[in-house]
Write a protein that binds this ligand. Structure first.
Ligand code: ZN
Length: 141
């Protein structure tokens, strides 16, 4: 187990513009504010979703799209360092018009309809993502 302990530095609330990219907008904000350690949550709606699922036996991602308007019931994620740069990792649960829910690891390509985001920024040295042989992922060292 890795353990990091922080005090909150600042909490940022954002509204992402209609038509913007969900992940791209968060990445741009994080880079512009030089945020390297944070936890985030969000809710709203998208015009479609671009997601990934990690296959634990093949150790690879499969990408999939959902091309219909969706609610963003809950998004969560974090910011840490990968190759010396801030890296946003986020997952979300979406629902369709009948309330069915599904979700995944959020890719670029989720076009925002409306989105409210909280980014809780922390004070201190950031977790660093390193290659992890057993999972094939870049995990906190
Ligand atoms: Zn993920």
């Amino acid at each position: 187990m890795s353990h990091y302990s922080y005090q909150t530095k600042q909490i940022h609330l954002l509204r992402v513009e209609t038509g913007d990219d969900l992940l791209g907008a968060i990445e741009r904000f994080v880079e512009s504010q030089e945020i390297t350690t944070a936890w985030l949550s969000y809710l709203g709606a998208v015009k479609g979703a671009s997601l990934r699922y990690y296959d634990q036996s093949k150790l690879e991602y499969g990408d999939f799209q959902i091309s219909e308007p969706l609610e963003v019931l809950v998004g969560t994620g974090n910011v840490s360092l990968l190759d010396g740069r801030p890296f946003v990792h986020t997952h979300a649960v979406f629902s369709d018009e009948s309330g069915r829910a599904f979700g995944g690891h959020v890719n670029h390509g989720c076009e925002v309809w409306a989105l409210e985001v909280k980014i809780e920024e922390y004070e201190g040295e950031s977790p660093v993502r390193l290659p992890h042989a057993e999972t094939g992922l870049n995990l906190w060292g």
